[in-house]
Design a protein around this ligand. Structure first.
Ligand code: NAD
Length: 265
């Protein structure tokens, strides 16, 4: 643990009553960072945010007014793009750092505007393991050299509607940063021998698999497999809380989990 992550950071949570919001409250409590404000709407209003997350009460009610988040050192947001944009506008004025995992924005404009004023950590996947895996995809493909064929396989539960996963696509992009090749999302029939300019990116669906991603590097007489297995959404919350501890006191800028983990060298 670095000195920066040891200091307690006063956290505000937007989307506090949601699945990720509750996980963030749990992860923050686990890491010793106090929650000073919790914002959401609907049924959870007025409820103690600790209790709502399944913990002991912490004396912080869930409120609707975004202004409550001004009391925080860092605001952690897992909500919806509409309300997240409102937060970004307010946080620019408060000069409060933001960690956001909300997805589904139609552009990064709102993020870019906020990052001119404050330190922002935005990531579509806050898992520390996935962040490192994506980074390793480029490094390992590069080091193994052109005689090894990269292929990516991902597994998810049967309810997932998109394929391949965003993480598998990010892995393929990382491979493509060091190898000229195009992603191929399936093989069927007489497709011919594998060529050097393809990367299979293949999706398996079924059961309750939270998420599993493997990069294969297939060579003559040996193969390397790099696998990440997710079993719990707490991994995203722990990553976001780590980002919140890291971002406090940083100059304005648009940071990612690679910066938080010191991988952006
Ligand atoms: P969720 O629906 O359980 O939670 C979202 C919360 O936002 C809800 O409690 C909802 O009431 C609240 N909210 C919506 N509009 C609001 C408003 N106007 N004012 C106040 N609160 C409002 O969803 P979730 O599973 O927690 O996911 C939230 C977001 O985080 C999604 O965009 C999801 O894709 C994203 N996510 C990101 C990561 C990551 O690692 N980056 C991981 C998981 C989920």
């Amino acid at each position: 643990m670095t000195a920066a992550t040891e200091a307690a950071v006063k956290l505000g949570v937007l989307g506090a009553a949601g699945r990720m919001g509750r996980a963030v409250v749990q992860a923050a409590t686990e890491a010793g960072h106090p929650i000073v404000a919790a914002v959401d709407h609907g049924d959870a209003l007025g409820r103690d945010v600790g209790q709502w997350a399944g913990l002991d009460p912490i004396g912080v009610p869930i409120v609707e007014d975004l202004e409550a988040l001004a009391a925080a050192d860092v605001v952690v947001d897992f909500s919806l793009p509409g309300v997240a944009k409102k937060l970004f506008e307010r946080a620019a004025g408060w000069k409060t750092a933001v960690v956001t995992g909300t997805t589904g924005f139609d552009s990064t404009e709102a993020h870019d505007r906020l990052a001119e004023k404050v330190a922002l950590v935005a990531a579509a996947n806050f898992s520390q393991g996935v962040t490192l895996l994506v980074h390793l995809c480029a490094m390992v493909t590069d080091k193994m050299g052109p005689s090894f064929d990269p292929e990516i396989v991902e597994l998810h539960h049967r309810r997932k509607v998109d394929a391949p996963s965003g993480t598998a696509l990010a892995m393929a992009e990382a491979v493509r940063s060091v190898r000229e090749a195009r992603p191929l999302h399936g093989r069927s029939g007489v497709v011919g021998a594998r060529t050097d300019d393809e990367i299979g990116v293949l999706a398996v669906r079924g059961g309750d698999v939270v998420g599993e991603h493997t990069l294969y590097l297939l060579g003559e007489g040996e193969r390397l497999e790099l696998t990440h297995r997710a079993t719990d959404r707490m991994i995203f919350a722990r990553g976001a809380v780590r980002a919140a501890a890291w971002v406090l006191g940083r100059p304005p800028g648009n940071y990612g989990m690679v910066d938080v983990m010191g991988l952006n060298l």
